[in-house]
Design a protein around this ligand. Sequence first.
Ligand code: FAD
Length: 307
Amino acid sequence: AFDVLIIGGGPAGAAAAVYAARKGIRTGVAAERFGGQVNDTLGIENYISVLETDGPKFAAALEAHTRAYNVDIMNLQRAEALIPASQPGGLIEVKLANGGALKAKSVILSTGARWRNVNVPGEAEYKNKGVAYCPHCDGPLFKGKRVSVIGGGNSGVEAAIDLAGVVAHVTLVEFAEQLKADAVLVNKLKSLPNVTIHTNAQTTEITGAEGKVNGLKFKDRATGQEHLVPLEGVFVQIGLVPNTDWLKGTVNLSKFGEIEIDAKGHTNVPGVFAAGDCTTVPYKQIVIAAGAGATAALSAFDHLIRA
Ligand code: FAD
């Protein structure tokens, strides 16, 4: 059995593995895809001390750093169930999709999240070529350009306000009749001179040419009329989905499906900790996930020396 078993090998899981292994305890990482979301990222310019890198390079560095320690990396392994210890101090079990099972004295959940797609023509084709999901990450790439934000909930409206300070113009497109964000955010958005808002508007296509986004098509749901907005970037802001379906009924989740943790990364299950985008941690970023992974590993160690 492992002392610490980490499920998920993104920045949170890799940081947890390095911190746990440095305590000289038996550490394992089971991950569907080591590196996590970082594999799908083009430029990374906000990981402090690394001026500029790209996703695949960053993912390779995460793996190299983890492999420099005595960590059992089990890649291409999907966890399907968590079975808490039957008695205090007992072993926790994780069942895998391949039929196997892993046992550990403590478990760190770091399965991350994924952005919800709008699923219109052009989205997949122009991902990272004008289609973006993270305003904190990619906003500066569109400095002085025209962008659209799809989604008028809190994250969409926050993104539009944020982007309006960087880009030339923001067009916000919301499917429902009204923006669903908090009134204070909506008022702020409406006060900005370089923002246009379309509600009751269904995005139908992200258009492009020569490998780059050049427009967004939407249909006015009241009149049925199609509109084309010429622009250089589209931010999809219709939700971040945590990879926690397999934990329903075992670990306490928020109404958004995020694993509920305290400041030390404890979940409600003894010996089970969590870190990164799959949790209630505010702000989903690499540097934040890595910090949370370190916190969870130190808490798991603390749990082990008290058991
Ligand atoms: P993830 O990176 O999501 O890793 C989750 C891990 O869990 C993966 O290994 C996955 O395979 C595994 N997993 C999931 N389910 C299971 C399961 N059931 N069993 C086993 N393993 C499982 N952040 C920045 O700070 N700067 C940026 O520039 C930036 N750009 C981004 C660009 C894009 C396109 C995207 C999508 C995200 C970007 N982010 C950026 C956000 C950043 O990637 C995330 O905040 C960060 O990766 C979260 O780390 P994590 O370890 O919590 O989860």
